[in-house]
Write a protein that binds this ligand. Sequence first.
Ligand code: FES
Ligand SMILES: [Fe+2]
Length: 383
Amino acid sequence: MGSVLDQFLDQLKNVQPPISTSPSLPSLSYSAAEILALEKQAIFKKSWIGIGRSEQWTKVGDYSSRNIVDIPVIITRDESNQLKAYVNSCRHRGARLLETGEGRCKTFRCPFHRWTYQLNGTLLQTPEFAKDSPLNKADYGLLELPIAERDGFVFIGLSDDIPPLTEWLGDFSELHTPWAFSKMRSYKRHLFEVNCNWKAFLDVFNEYYHLPFVHPDSLDSMYLPPEPADAVTGEYASQFGVTDGNPSLLEDTQQFALPPIPEIHGNAATGTRYSWIFPNMTFAANKDAVWMYEALPIDTQRSQIALTLLLPEASFALEDFEDRAQYYFKRLIAAVEEDIPALENQQAGLNSPISQQGRYHELLEPNVAGFAFWYSKMLLESS
Ligand code: FES
Ligand SMILES: [Fe+2]
């Protein structure tokens, strides 16, 4: 009998188009520590990872300190207004410069021995070192990571081994033109953890199949059968579906709808586009709002999730904006609260050591299959 890894790779090589004949991802990819270790190398070190929206770092010195997979990272806007990402580890003896959280600062000062860095990562002060010390400060700036923005979405790289973001996103901007993403603003960002694998969380968000069974009284009636998935270029999947009613709001709070995105037109105004930028960022774009999720692994069974609600700039100026916007957020929380028990139950089943691969529904789960094909390619290429 081969190792867990051999068994996994053997199953994985059958996960490829077309959807109608492909097996689903092996359950080991949702449950085995060896596979998460492989994902860290083959996926997270080789991909642009979605980390939010650029308006989270508006002013010089705005920062976030987070763990991205297993790397402590600082994201900030430097003195020349550039977004920057650094490894959150002091160049003296490695302490974290900032605790996990958000804020605004003028410099990064290490709490351990007070080495201090400028926002652009340059080492500024090394207390007690003599002026004629052979230490050359220019050699001890913060370690920088790739960071880039497109249409207001921000992505980080955990190594230099990733293609340019324009190549990664392919025709993403063209396909999403009607939503005018760069003119949208974050209304709220909500962080939570769920007891399931990071991929399972992204899977369920992207599929129509579960709607009548998991959301029968809250959402299901608004979603009509979707269109087939779009053929796209770039490392993402996307599917549009016409809706009946406004799925940005629950069935019983439809009267609180905000105005549509001023730029929206044509077919885009008649439904929802679900897109998944591989590996970890996904959103639903409606005529009046966009909600996005970033999901990252904590371990095989637990994920860190960020939910952000985006609304068009014009809506923020309305007198009763706050009153209405809260119903949008309530809808998102209600949906995720219905999804979580289903996900925890799925995870319990995925943990079975005796299992076989399943199948995907061609029309109701094409984004899930699109991700599985991409994932399979990435893992097989690097092993
Ligand atoms: S570890 Fe940061 S100053 Fe010593
Ligand atoms: Fe759901």
